[in-house]
Design a protein around this ligand. Sequence first.
Ligand code: SF4
Length: 261
Amino acid sequence: MSIPILLLIFIYGVDTIQVMRTRNLFVPGKPFTLSRSKLELFLSCPRCFYLDRRLGIGQVQGPAFTLNSAVDALLKNEFDIYRRNKEPHPLMIQYAIDGYPYVHEDLDTWRNNFMGVRYTDPKTQLTISGAIDDVWIDSNDELHVVDYKATSTQAELTLDAPYRDAYKRQMEIYQWLLRNNGFSVSSVGYFVYANGRKNEDLFNGRLEFDVEILSYEGDDRWVDTAVQEAHACLSSDTLPDPHPACEWCAYRKEAAHYETT
Ligand code: SF4
């Protein structure tokens, strides 16, 4: 046993190092709540999704993105100032975006990671939840979903890279959730991107950002089907195949081979 594991056991106790959980598991025929990120997990690998939500074996968690969370919190605080006054944020004016940050009594619930915007699909009794960053309203009373992102790159910010497809799906699920809650939602959403500058001469305890807005026209028509397929996956008694291009599964298989022989 390696020293770091001994150290972890000393700090947290043996019980903490437990991969399998017994709570929050899907039981066929029973209503179940699925977060947006778990629906995304289903789309990227049904097997990992099944292991997690049906069998209680979740992926190993990486460290929290605390700097990104700090940027999110600061952007929320800043947009809330303009929300109180029902005024457009200067960035919205700069990008000629009609409207202002939306005022709604449930906004805090919609933004809460443990609550979010929720909708129960009547066919499957799956409740889908998603915590949004922000919503803006335009002069036609249509809502626009807004997501804050933080990065640090010298490349041009774009949504075109394949790994950005998950961001687009995220936006579309939020649009789907709000529409199913009876709101009139524009297909145009916005990503507010904070891009940390790396080329300053001095740090001085400050990280400076350039903030840009990228608009995205979403299409949520795929979401109903995805929810039904995720439900069918969970209801099955068969473990789905692994994703053929997944490094983790290849690693697990190789390691298990040598560990068991
Ligand atoms: S293929 Fe990857 S994502 Fe899927 S079950 Fe294996 S480790 Fe998980």
